[in-house]
Design a protein around this ligand. Structure first.
Ligand SMILES: *Cc1c(COP(=O)(O)O)cnc(C)c1O
Length: 297
């Protein structure tokens, strides 16, 4: 599988609110890069996969929760590259859409207790310590190589935007995009919408991955109760957005991101005339984890 030919389109998001506030809002459709190696997971895997292939490894070993978009991306990318894959899954054994897809793509799934899961290097060493063909990829694909892949997104953009927004879990994607902005000397301000509940702890996670000091902005009040939590406001927003654009959002990441930009516009956060780009980081399988909440009730 070749992860080097990146070309996802940018399209405008039309909404009466944006006309009223005189802002232009665009979407970078990284969700269109691949159905299973989707969005930022494609960008994050690009260099680790290339390194594994170049150095002759034959198995990718990685880690994720039971709904991990990263596990699915790794399983599919490994299968497409002639590699085997192993996924250490956090928590007790379960079956769901994502894990079933992982196993269809040939991933060996190893369920681990939450305590064991914390020690990723130990899990890897116990099972693959003597296996030189196994290539370690951190949880969620995190690492400097992942950020490097995400930084490349900036060079693909057709214009310079005032603001770029992305959803942030570990913050690796945000750090990579900020590095891309810094490297190309754009005046764009990066905004990371934190999907986990908490103060601005993510800043401390993002800063070490930055190549230069930079003033990105963190938005911490759009988590909707915490990671993978939703409420009626969010699910209604997602339904309205998808039914008027033909673009799917997941309730874990992109739903919160798009809601944040819409809400910030409403509160006059942006100056009239501003241009805003949202990164659609993919992950539509997250919908399967919230079917009841997203149904028309
Ligand atoms: C994993 C993921 C993110 C979060 O990326 P980080 O680099 O961990 O911040 C955002 N959006 C989607 C759809 C994801 O799957």
């Amino acid at each position: 599988m070749n992860l080097s030919s990146l070309d996802s389109p940018v399209q405008q998001w039309h909404d009466p609110l944006f006309n009223e506030k005189r802002v232009r809002v665009f979407i970078k459709r990284d969700d269109m890069l691949h159905p299973f190696v989707s969005g930022n997971k494609w960008r994050k895997l690009k260099y680790p996969l290339a390194e594994a292939l170049e150095k002759g490894y034959s198995r990718l070993v990685t880690f994720g929760g039971p709904w991990s978009n990263h596990l699915l991306a790794t399983a599919c990318a490994a299968a497409g590259s002639g590699l085997k894959s192993t996924g250490f899954v956090r928590g007790e054994q379960v079956t769901n859409l994502v894990l079933t897809l992982c196993s269809i793509f040939g991933m060996e799934l190893i369920f681990t207790s939450r305590e064991q899961y914390r020690e990723k290097k130990v899990l890897f060493a116990d099972r693959y310590g003597n296996d030189p063909s196994a290539y370690f990829i951190g949880e969620g694909g995190a690492g400097p190589l992942a950020a490097k892949g995400c930084a490349e997104l900036i060079a693909e953009l057709p214009e310079e935007y005032d603001h770029i927004f992305c959803a942030a879990g570990t913050g690796t994607t945000a750090a990579g995009i900020q590095n891309g902005i810094t490297a190309t000397k754009l005046h764009t301000i990066l905004h990371a919408v934190q999907v986990l509940k908490g103060d601005d702890f993510l800043s401390d996670q993002i800063r070490p991955t930055l190549t230069h000091n930079a003033d990105f902005q963190l938005h911490t009040s759009y988590h909707f109760g915490g990671y993978a939590r939703t409420d009626k406001t969010l699910t209604r927003f997602i339904r309205r957005f998808s039914s008027t654009t033909g673009i799917l959002l997941d309730p874990v990441y992109t739903g919160k991101l798009f809601y944040a930009v819409h809400h910030l516009t409403h509160t006059d956060f942006f100056a009239p005339g501003a241009s805003i780009l949202l990164i659609h980081t993919g992950g539509s399988t997250g919908i399967a984890g919230k079917l009841a909440e997203l149904s028309d009730q």
